[in-house]
Ligand binder design. Structure first.
Ligand code: SAM
Length: 181
């Protein structure tokens, strides 16, 4: 009897799932595959999808960055305050996107300070570089493409690590944080 009930429940679940997938468009299927791959540890596939996703939306960030920063500027300032950035600080910014909070931090450094800003998306980094140049900060910030979980970083180099709206995109945040510290 117990087996019968389990079987009925399983069939019903499958039936609901099939209807669910059937009535939605293909995007749902790819979303489900994407989510499963994320939690399945197949992070190579997930990371490639993530890189492409951010490359694809980069032009939107370029168009709207001044509007985005009207909302984001206070976050950058608060992060910098909490990290106690000083004029000679050596700072790491992960998932910098269009260059925040790296660029805001760089504006507080003198010639002895240094920032390494990293991101998985070359297109987002390209905007970050353009923004840094437009603020005359291109010599203070070095930009490097890479995945936070695996990027090779120099050891014992940084006084502080910053990240604004980036950690939630890591399938394994522990790996990301261990790689930074
Ligand atoms: C919401 S944006 C935030 C960008 C910027 N920090 C800001 O606050 O405007 C998230 C950024 O995380 C980056 N990203 C996603 N997964 C990443 C990973 N595994 N390693 C490095 N960067 C990643 C994306 O390319 C994107 O630029």
């Amino acid at each position: 009897m117990g087996h019968d009930l389990t079987c009925v429940l399983l069939c019903n679940t499958l039936y609901v799932l099939i209807i669910f997938v059937d009535v939605q468009n293909k995007k749902w299927v790819s979303d489900i595959t994407y989510t499963i791959s994320k939690f399945n540890g197949k992070s190579k596939q997930y990371k490639e999808a993530e890189r492409q996703k951010w490359d694809n939306v980069a032009s939107g960030w370029q168009k709207w960055w001044s509007t985005i920063e009207r909302g984001g500027a206070n976050l950058s300032k608060r992060l910098i305050e909490l990290a106690e950035i000083k004029p000679d600080s050596r700072v790491l910014d992960i998932s910098t996107g269009i260059g925040e909070p790296a660029i805001t931090a760089a504006s507080q450094l003198d010639k002895t300070g240094y920032i390494l800003a990293t991101d998985i998306s070359p297109q987002m980094l390209s905007i970050a570089k353009q923004r840094a140049t437009s603020f005359g900060l291109e010599n203070v910030i070095e930009f490097r493409e890479g995945d936070t979980e695996t990027i090779e970083l120099p050891t014992n180099t940084f006084d502080a690590a910053l990240c604004r709206a980036g950690l939630m995109f890591l399938p394994d945040p522990n790996a990301g944080l261990s790689n930074i510290f």
